[in-house]
Design a protein around this ligand. Structure first.
Ligand code: ADP
Ligand code: MG
Ligand code: MG
Length: 895
């Protein structure tokens, strides 16, 4: 095996070598080769870091073979180029030792500047620079950074000592400390190091450098760095590079300084450079806020030549990288030096605007513009926001469960939420936690606030699905639903009817009404004609993504309003219309009648009352989606969900008995609630099993759909119903239900003298169904993967039970890095979807296949569904634009 190369000169690399050289090293190399003024230096590769860490882990210790020699060689070349020796007594070369991983990681060791200074070379630096003050300032900075990041001394000890020196001098600014003051600080800092570590600050320049290099490597594994990687989903095994670079000095005096800049405004995306400059400063001073910085415009007055050079370089960088860049620079006695660049981070708004501006400037093509924005960014742009400049009283902070800004009167139960909303009020539903019975209230409310539960609690999950603002787990709130109030920690009480504001993007809860601004992006999707650059940018990106995408995007919608909105947002039909909510509210009584019916006649009578209501539901939805497919799912949840709670009802009956009263109705109901009670409702009498147990139920729904379609055709509408049978495991189940449905359709055709075109398909949401998809396809006109239930069934856990209890442990252990309910578990559940698709299409080559789980609106999952060749995804109305964008990006990414 040829000997490894561990170290690369800046001139040897380029910007595409981030894996090997880290982001900082790769871009320093790129700038060097562009001929920009970059202080020379070398990069020790990420491979070296991995080899070094492996040695530490194995207990062997030390450093990789040959590394010391390579560093010596490259250091010699650097010394040659600079005409100085590292830490030389008369004329010292000083270097910075800079960490730099592939992805920028604030969790890691920072940089050590001025390596090479010691008690002797500080004199040489003073003599050569003709500034004792500058030399002492540089030395104290080395001690401070080295002590903190390499020797792990509490950095507050240093900053406190520096503050003390300023106090003694009667000043607030470090610029007022003279050479002697700083000499004193140096002595104090050295003493701190000795006291804290039990040894003197290392005087040998090369030892300083080697210790700093090892410290950078070790910092890869600090808790902070690990945590950061987990949060940002950065792989554990990349390692970091180390850059060793000749120092340039911004702290030479007022003709020197250091700064940071962006080639465009990273907040708005506006053209024009943005940045800050600080005279007589080194390194992070400019961002540390120790003195007031000036804008780049003011820098042009201070040092015109450096400013002009800077503008010229920024222009070149942007054209070269074809993107917005951020940079770090230093001016040393009137000469500009470039210390860092990278493609800059930006807000979602800036991302869309910059991408489109760059197309207009001829820097990139539309394909690339679409690839430079993400569905997550689009989603963020769609939420309304609170006006941050207004005055606000913070009541509590919970988890930012579902973004947005909502203002309304606090209400504490669903009935009130629905009632007050009906009379035109905005309400926030406040609960300890929510359950499926709160759904009506959640639909009615502007926002939801809970004091319990995490980001994956019922409230959070349902709210996100509906695009409703939600703050959950605001534990400092004491919610008393009976008294209809909550108490804030400081004793203040908010009662029913008091106005509150909740920010689902930050998790904050405010008293009173904070002013809200609607999203221009949503207004644009709603069809408003806007003269707004962001709206134009979004429109152009969406048009291009739509042109590229193969996957169709439908919506999950249960009401005509949702359907209509989703259609404006670009939905190409309904992929999931749930019918369960159509049995709630006033209709609950009819369902009760159905359940307690003594005989067939009673059942038929109850169903006969439900039929016209159902028909009306469907007619309205077909109208809203005229000409587009509407997939209706037959009743899915267990019947007892429509009945009163077992415990509550038992108590009610018992109390009545005690009083010597008998409530016949309650007693009958209780018998049936007991009869229908299940240990494991998720695995009980639901879905297709209901259709087989109570055949009249699905028959009624099938008839309502057929009649609604006929009614629409009578007024020249174009209904395209698709009936979907849930929870099928065996083709036999589907055959039985299908026959019943076909008969209903045939009867309506006969009665009305028309021909109806109604597809009948099934959900694939049980592992058995995925496995036997080839058989099931024989009786199905289409498949729709219900990835929520499929995830539950595949993992064998019920979402409501597990998310709140042990998911956080699973994240900690890395069993999954994101909830499989939020982003599809591609290996396991995705594997079943892929298998089911292949098997289904083996039976029917052109079988139409979609997905109607929440995953249909999740960017990563959308790419997966596109890649395995599904026909469509279906998601909540607010996620429709996100899915459209990501489906387009998926195609463009493969090109
Ligand atoms: P970070 O990754 O935290 O940005 P850097 O390695 O960029 O850390 O360094 C921190 C600061 O030190 C930056 O302001 C950088 O410009 C400055 N710096 C790094 N190397 C040098 C050098 N050789 N000469 C002068 N300043 C430097
Ligand atoms: Mg930097
Ligand atoms: Mg299901």
């Amino acid at each position: 095996m040829p000997p490894m190369t561990w170290v690369y000169d800046f001139a040897e690399g380029n910007k595409d070598q981030k894996d090997l050289l880290g982001g900082k090293g790769a871009n320093l190399a790129e700038m060097t080769n562009l001929g920009l003024p970059v202080p020379p230096g070398f990069t020790i590769s990420t491979e070296t870091c991995r080899a070094y860490l492996a040695l530490q882990e194995s207990g062997e210790g030390g450093q990789p073979d040959g590394l010391a020699d390579e560093v010596t060689e490259h250091l010699a070349a650097l010394e040659e180029a600079m005409g100085k020796k590292l830490g030389d007594a008369d004329d010292p070369l000083l270097v910075s030792v800079r960490s730099g991983a592939k992805f920028s990681m604030p969790g890691m060791m920072e940089t050590v500047l001025n390596v090479g200074l010691n008690d002797t070379s500080v004199g040489g630096l003073a003599a050569r620079s003709d500034s004792d003050r500058f030399a002492q300032d540089s030395y104290r900075r080395l001690l401070q950074m080295f002590g903190g990041t390499v020797l792990h001394v509490d950095s507050e000890l240093f900053s406190d000592a520096l503050d003390e020196a300023k106090r003694a001098k009667g000043t607030e600014s470090d610029l007022d400390l003279d050479a002697d003051d700083l000499r004193g600080v140096v002595a104090t800092f050295k003493q701190i190091i000795k006291d804290q570590t039990g040894r003197d600050f290392p005087q040998d320049p090369r030892e300083q450098m080697d210790l700093a290099i090892h410290a950078v490597f070790d910092s890869w594994n600090t808790d902070r760095a690990r945590l950061y990687r987990r949060q940002e989903r950065i792989p554990e095994d990349l390692g970091t590079a180390v850059n060793v670079q000749a120092m340039v000095f911004g702290n030479f005096g007022m003709d020197s300084g250091s700064g940071v800049a962006f080639t465009r405004d990273p907040a708005s995306g506006n053209q024009g450079v943005y940045g800050d400059y600080l005279q007589n400063a080194q390194g992070e001073d400019v961002v540390a806020g120790i003195r007031n910085t000036v804008s780049l415009a003011d820098m042009s007055d201070i040092d015109r030549t450096s400013y002009d050079d800077l503008m010229d370089i920024m222009n070149r960088l942007e054209r070269h990288y074809r993107d917005m860049c951020d940079i770090e620079f230093t001016v040393e006695r009137g000469k500009l030096w470039m210390l860092q660049t990278r493609v800059g981070k930006r807000t979602p708004e800036a991302a869309f605007r910059i991408a489109v501006h760059m197309v207009d400037e001829g820097l990139i093509e539309m394909d690339e513009a679409v690839l430079r924005v993400t569905g997550d960014q689009l989603a963020q742009l769609m939420f309304p926001r609170f006006d941050e400049t207004s005055e606000r009283t913070l009541l509590a902070k919970g988890m930012n469960a579902s973004p947005g800004a909502a203002v309304g009167k606090a209400v504490f139960d669903s009935d009130t939420a629905v009632e007050w909303t009906a009379r035109g009020e905005d309400v926030i539903l406040v609960r300890k936690e929510t359950n499926p019975d709160d759904l009506r209230g959640m639909v009615a409310a502007r926002g939801i606030l809970t004091s319990r539960g995490g980001k994956t609690s019922h409230a959070a999950v349902v709210a996100r699905g509906m695009g409703r603002t939600c703050v959950c787990g605001a534990e400092s709130l004491d919610v008393d639903t009976r008294a209809r109030q909550f108490r804030v920690r400081d004793g203040e009480t908010i009662s029913e009817g008091d106005v509150i504001s909740i920010d689902g993007t930050t998790g904050e809860v405010f008293a009173g009404a904070v002013p809200v601004a609607d999203s221009v992006v949503v207004r644009h999707f709603e069809g408003e004609k806007l003269d707004d650059d962001l709206a134009h940018a979004v429109a152009r990106i969406m048009a291009h993504a739509d042109g590229a995408r193969r996957l169709r995007v439908r919506t999950n919608a249960d009401t005509p309003d949702d359907a209509a909105r989703a259609r404006r947002f670009g939905a190409q039909g309904i992929g999931l219309c749930r019918t369960e909510h159509m049995f709630l509210g006033e209709r609950r009584e009819l369902v009760e009648k159905l359940i307690v019916a003594e005989d067939d006649e009673g059942v038929e009578a109850a169903l006969a009352e439900l039929l016209p209501l159902q028909r009306q539901d469907f007619t309205e939805i077909f109208e809203a989606m005229d000409g587009l497919p509407v997939t209706i799912r037959l009743l899915d949840p267990p019947l007892h969900e429509f009945l009163p709670d077992l415990t509550e009802l038992s108590v009610e009956v018992a109390l009545a008995e005690e009083r010597g009263e008998v409530d016949e109705h309650a007693v009958t109901l209780l018998t049936h609630v007991r009869r229908l009670h299940e240990q494991n409702p998720m695995l009980g009498l639901r879905g297709v099993r209901l259709g087989i147990q109570i055949p009249g139920l699905f028959r009624m729904q099938g008839r309502a759909i057929a009649e609604a379609a006929a009614d629409r055709m009578a007024v020249h509408g174009a209904p395209r119903p698709e009936i979907m049978v849930p929870l099928v495991a065996s083709v036999r189940e589907l055959q039985i239900v299908r026959a019943e449905l076909e008969q209903q359709v045939a009867e309506v055709e006969e009665e009305r003298g028309i021909k109806l075109d109604i597809a009948i398909g099934t959900m694939i949401e049980l592992p058995r169904a995925a496995f036997l998809a080839n058989r099931i396809a024989k009786s199905a006109d289409f498949f729709s993967f219900g990835t929520n239930d499929l995830t539950q069934m595949a993992w064998g856990f019920s979402r409501d039970d597990v998310e709140a209890s042990f998911f956080s442990r699973y994240f900690e252990h890395g069993i999954f890095d994101v909830s499989p309910f939020e982003s599809l578990d591609q290996l396991g559940v995705g594997g079943m979807v892929e298998m089911g698709t292949k098997k289904g299409r083996k039976t029917k080559a052109d079988l139409k296949i979609g997905v109607c789980g929440e995953h249909g609106g999740d960017p990563r999952s959308v790419h997966f569904f596109d890649e395995i060749g599904l026909n469509y995804v279906s998601c909540s109305p607010f996620r429709v634009p996100v899915a459209r964008l990501e489906a387009g990006r998926s195609v463009l990414q493969r090109r």
